[in-house]
Design a protein around this ligand. Sequence first.
Ligand code: LFR
Length: 474
Amino acid sequence: MGKCSLAVDIGASSGRLIAGYMKNGKLQLDEVHRFENKLVEKNNHFCWDVEGLFSEIKEGIHLSLKQGLKPESIGIDTWAVDFVLLDEYDQPLTDAVAYRDPRTDGMMEEVFKTISKERLYLETGIQFQKFNTIYQLYSIKKSNPEILEKAKSFLMIPDYFNYLLSGKKANEYTNATSTQLVNAFTKKWDEELLDQLAINKEMFQEIHPPNTELGSLRKELVAEFGFDMKVLLPATHDTGSAVIAVPEVEDTIYISSGTWSLIGGENTFPICVTKALDYNFTNEGGIDYRFRFLKNIMGLWMIQEVKRNYQDQFSFAELVDLANESEHYDGKVNVDDDRFLKPDNMIEEIQKHCMETNQQIPKKPGEVAKCVFDSLAVSYQTAINQIEEIYEKKFDRINVIGGGAQNEMLNQLIADTTKKQVFAGPIEATAIGNIVAQLMTLGELKDIYQARIIIKESFYVKKFVAKDKMEELS
Ligand code: LFR
């Protein structure tokens, strides 16, 4: 057994600690802890319970030690764009407000009064999402400017956890790019943008790329665990880690499928052409300064909310079965409409959309679920057409990675809709990407090329072909 690394991977609906190490030429994963994550309401805002999440991280470290695993290192990844501001005493100045909070409504338009959309895109290469950090900071500037003046440190969520673990403050590159404040070419904070928006630039930390060794555990934590380990930077943006785990990224369109569906390709340069801006594609920073050219599609958030709005009467598997039994229903909604970002009630929002567009209103749970899955497939197809137009080539392969790859019905639907081969897996793509980055830093793996070969050999990937193509083959 080779050196062991611990991946902390926290998404919008759940978090996990997974230990990973090389054994007999393959990457082996041991899940040590899993916990729930969700939005909590605090002071009239939707927030993340960062203190609770940090306790879960510590609990996971305890559990891994109890299981006899002695990790050499730990690396954290979470969703992007959200942050914590610390004061001069390194205490949080505000709650960790979540990106689905409506505080950013109208802020994009406010920012465009100072900086044009085109310029923002040409400099950062980042898609326009109303929840990007730039608009979150601008909303604080409008409502509580004193907070920004008092802020001494801007730390994104994984940066904050890294600080709590190691006492070191740094902004990690892949996650920093999601702010829409990092220059895509210099890979540094775009000081001109910050100056023009009059956002206090002193609070930003130095940007460090993945594969940096940040330090080791704080003294208090070493005493608590009776153990020390290195704190390393993987791609701390979960999607950045997930895409590392696409075994054959060339000539492949990936869909990183979780709360969001992130669909796109990987490049060694940002694509900031007008069409990419028009179709709102992003160029998020990746490991080795690769770029993820992708677009956010509303994703499984919609079905998570539907499930929650049915008071969890049905499991995800049951909703899928019910959708399968609702063949008669064929209404579709535009999943990319902001109305689905955080509606009061997802089921009612879907029904309203169908009513407004003169479609049959989905009434039964199976109809609502089928509407969500069918609508996602339509949105994937649209994004694929746009990708093929921009790349000026056709792709034959789609690789669905992440938890959503377990949804066989959706995988088959993607194959049937796009007529492309669909490869599903690895499921724990994000944790895998996180671990291989750490193993690279520890010298266990040479580079991303070797890591991807090992990932291909270590994890099961299932192939789906369009039903009519299967008939052709038989
Ligand atoms: C996925 C993800 C997406 C990002 C969204 C909000 O978990 O990180 O990449 O656009 O969450 O942060």
